[in-house]
Design a protein around this ligand. Sequence first.
Ligand code: THU
Length: 133
Amino acid sequence: MTKEELIAEAFKAMKNSYAPYSRYHVGACIETTDGKKFWGANIENASYGATNCAERSAVFAAYSNGYRKDTIKALAIVSDGPRIAAPCGICRQVLSELLNEDTPIYLTNGKEEVTSCMKELLPMQFSQEDVIR
Ligand code: THU
């Protein structure tokens, strides 16, 4: 799949966003090494705190179906906001454990586009190595 195709899939997922509170819609799509796709959207909650972000939804879907960091090829995260959809701090922590540090992450709002990776988005992360000794 090309980067453009993966981004198009993330925009499809964004249509399933449930965001009655922020009205900020986010979609994500993961491509696996065997060519499967896992979609995610932000799903909000009246408690606010129980909201799940799109990229966490997508990576949890991939993991729930047996995929792991070495079988995840790329992630696209898109939004309808005025700027690129840069992952929030909680998502950076989660993605830093569940993706390889150099797995490409495409961020776009349809106007601007950036390719990044977890090494760049969360340097000096708190990780498995800190707690498993
Ligand atoms: N959101 C995401 O889905 N991903 C991010 O990385 C940033 C924030 C969602 C959470 C909430 O539903 C809305 O965007 C506003 O914060």
